[in-house]
Design a protein around this ligand. Sequence first.
Ligand code: THU
Length: 162
Amino acid sequence: MKENQKITFTQTLSVIPLTELDAIRSELIAGAKKASGKAYAPYSNFRVGAAVILEDGQIFTANNQENICFPVGVCAERILLGYTHANQPDLRPAILAIVAQKSDNSGFATVSPCGLCRQSISEYEMKFKHPIEILMYRPDGTVLQANGIDALLPFKFEDLNQ
Ligand code: THU
């Protein structure tokens, strides 16, 4: 049988020791950590905090907000990006940091944004025509760094007329 043409996506993430983060990225991780402590997650107890720095240096934080009707709950990243963009629609989000605390209360979790949040991050990249760096905290003392949403969302939905 004839081999079909293949399209291959190769994505790369950097593993950065926490001790090697620069001041801004450390501050974002600290802000996301603090925000995770204020998450409203009575159903999953998986408490997520997110922090974003805008192009002008302003930092905002948020966390997940759950609901007794589970699908109504919203992830930290979308609460944060929506709120930030609602208030600063002309300022590009530059770096987004995410930290989560495990549901069994045993410490910090390995976190990676869900599919809906990836699509939401993609929207703001499209609006500002610029990638958003994503930092994902890991409990082993490192942070996973994606240079933009393409690393987490290859072959993304981005055109209504193609
Ligand atoms: N959650 C986030 O807030 N961000 C993520 O990146 C992963 C998942 C939330 C949604 C829900 O409140 C809880 O974590 C468990 O899925």
